[in-house]
Design a protein around this ligand. Structure first.
Ligand code: NAP
Length: 423
């Protein structure tokens, strides 16, 4: 087997050359990292600059600074240091509020980031796993031109959206990353991260109203509800706010009604003339009440705080009832019920906003809660003979809208549905 022997010879030769080369190079390529850790805070930009100069003066080949984030805006100062550094620099901000630094450092010129082998086993707070860096955040693809999107809220750690959008961006080669943005003060956040690098945001509890006030322009639903859940930065730098809660929930309910009647002959909306009962008067409650009113439904609002129910009912020309009164509320059959409260959400999955016996007057029940997918309310509604529309359907439809807003590309609807249904 001469060929085999030749092959092995070549292999051995290559291996020998490689060993020789690293033995020669190793001492020459030795680099020294000089590091500074501040576990209490992230100093001012001026102090960070002095610190880098001091480390550089030691003869360090690579400068490392690790600071602690008290607020997500602290990270911006470290990004500035990375951008302007003349020497190789590792700049990392610890804690959950500094998390984006660990993901976005390659965009701003950082030398490296750290990944852990296992979740929760970290050498500094806030480190992601190597699996998440590579697979969830496509870390290897991040560069100076990568556009940044994310979800602003508190909490945001369990959001499914980074997994969704990063997979979709990668699939179409869109140079962007979607990150969780743990924000305490939305005004401060938006003032700080105002560059065109940041292309847009999803917005969740509790910042929908504050971000609405910050936007340069908003769509009619956002204006009517005073809340935005989706913001895009236009090429002229203006922030445009949208409320996709309304379209997503109302279109899902209309499609649910279509399947209930199993014909598509109705002209106009199937909601027209229906009695539409909304439980909740927060962001989603307002969006549902506004959207259903636009479609010609008659609106009833039930809310824990009756005053808020009254206020919303007045806005949409509807009726307010107390949450307790809903049990005996049955002016007619075939009503539509929409839960826009967190009642029944994990971990309190045994809770429901309305007793089962009262559900027999409803032809369709929608629940905005999507964790779990089948809430107690939906299960009992189905057992009572109503059609049901789960909150996941609303969630999926919002993703269509937001993907198109972020990328300017048509939403891959089947793929979005598949990813979100699987998570
Ligand atoms: P929000 O603005 O904070 O409003 C919450 C509403 O729920 C308020 O009307 C509040 O009543 C009521 N509420 C809260 N806890 C309650 C309790 N223990 N008992 C009775 N009423 C209670 O929240 P939101 O943005 O409208 O969200 C509402 C729900 O929709 C949440 O569960 C959220 O997860 C879900 N959601 C789903 C989607 C989706 O795509 N499926 C999207 C967004 C939100 P008071 O006025 O008395 O405080």
């Amino acid at each position: 087997m001469k060929l085999g022997a030749d092959y092995i010879d070549v292999e051995l030769q290559v291996a020998r050359e490689f060993i020789d080369s690293i033995q020669q190079e190793k001492p020459n390529n030795f680099k020294v990292i000089v590091s500074s850790h501040n576990y209490k805070k992230t100093p001012s930009l001026e102090d960070l600059g002095s610190l880098v100069a001091k480390i550089q003066a030691t003869g360090a080949d690579i400068v490392k600074i690790a600071t602690a984030a008290l607020d997500i805006t602290d990270v911006a100062r470290v990004f500035q240091v990375l951008v302007y550094s003349q020497v190789p620099i590792i700049g990392l901000v610890m804690n959950d509020r500094g998390f984006i630094c660990r993901l976005l450092c390659p965009k701003y010129g950082g030398y490296l980031t750290f990944g852990t082998l296992e979740e929760g086993i970290v050498s500094a707070p806030g480190q992601p796993t190597i699996k998440d860096l590579l697979n969830l955040y496509n870390f290897r693809q991040i560069g100076p031109d990568t556009k940044v999107f994310g979800i602003i809220g508190n909490p945001v750690g369990n959001s499914k959206l980074p997994a969704l959008y990063n997979e979709l961006f990668k699939a179409v080669g869109f140079d962007a990353i979607y990150v969780p943005l743990l924000v305490d003060d939305p005004t401060k956040f938006l003032d700080t991260y105002s560059s065109s690098d940041i292309g847009g945001f999803s917005v969740t509890i509790p910042h929908k109203e504050a971000v609405f006030k910050y936007c340069d322009e908003v769509d009619p639903v956002a204006r009517a509800t005073g809340a935005v859940n989706f913001v895009v930065r236009r090429s002229d730098g203006k922030l445009c706010g949208y409320n996709t809660d309304c379209y997503a929930a109302i279109s899902a309910i209309e499609d649910g009604l279509l399947s209930l009647h199993n014909d598509s002959s109705t002209v106009g909306s199937r909601l027209a003339g229906k009695l539409f009962v909304v439980i909740g008067a927060g962001g989603v409650g307002k969006a549902l009440a506004y959207g259903a009113k636009q479609k010609g439904a008659r609106i009833v609002i039930a809310n824990r705080s009756y005053d808020r129910a009254r206020e919303l009912a007045d806005c949409v020309g509807g009726q307010a009832v107390s949450l307790a009164a809903l049990e005996n509320f049955h002016p007619e059959d075939g009503m539509i019920l929409a839960n826009a409260t967190p009642i029944g959400m994990q971990p309190k999955v045994d809770e429901t906003p309305i007793p089962k016996h009262a559900l027999r007057y409803y032809s369709l029940v929608f629940d905005a809660v999507y964790k779990p997918r089948m809430t107690r309310l939906l299960r009992e509604a189905e057992e009572s003979g109503a059609a049901i529309v789960p909150g996941l359907e609303m969630f999926i439809r919002q993703a269509y809208e937001q993907y198109e807003g972020f990328t300017g590309l048509p939403a891959p609807k089947e793929r979005i549905r598949k990813i979100l249904a699987a998570n």
